[in-house]
Design a protein around this ligand. Structure first.
Ligand code: ZN
Length: 134
């Protein structure tokens, strides 16, 4: 079951400059900054009520964020949904014919395990499933 939108991921070129913009805009400082070496990204998280914004900057040209920014301007990169049981969701969505980028969950930022769906199966929208790390 998808419970709620957990966060919106925004691809940025310069996370320090973007932190300043979003801190001003939202009226709060990021509660966390974290590098995710496996994804070659530097992240920063803002909390607004129940919602979160994740800024992502590439740390290597191999990063999905670097590739995204080669083709697109800075902006919304993915929508993340909170799920109770990520394994069950991957199984359910795969059975329905959705293409997963990750067939098995992996460690993500902010104490989550995550799996992405391929945007080919979701109208071009990159969707992340995330569950609190058990
Ligand atoms: Zn995310």
């Amino acid at each position: 079951m998808l419970n709620k939108i957990e966060h919106l991921g925004i691809a940025v070129k310069d996370i320090q400059a973007s932190n300043k913009i979003f801190a001003e805009l939202l009226g709060v400082e990021p509660y966390k900054q974290e590098e995710v070496p496996s994804e070659h990204v530097l992240t920063s998280f803002f909390r607004i009520g129940e919602s979160k914004i994740e800024l992502l900057q590439a740390t290597s040209p191999d990063s999905a964020i670097a590739k995204f920014l080669d083709k697109n301007k800075e902006g919304i990169h993915h929508i993340a949904f909170d799920v109770t049981d990520i394994h069950a969701e991957i199984k359910r969505l795969t059975a329905l014919g959705y293409q997963m980028i990750h067939a098995e969950p992996k460690d993500g930022a902010d104490n989550k395990i995550i799996a992405f769906l391929h945007p080919k199966s979701t109208n071009g929208v990159l969707i992340e499933l995330c569950q609190d790390r058990p």
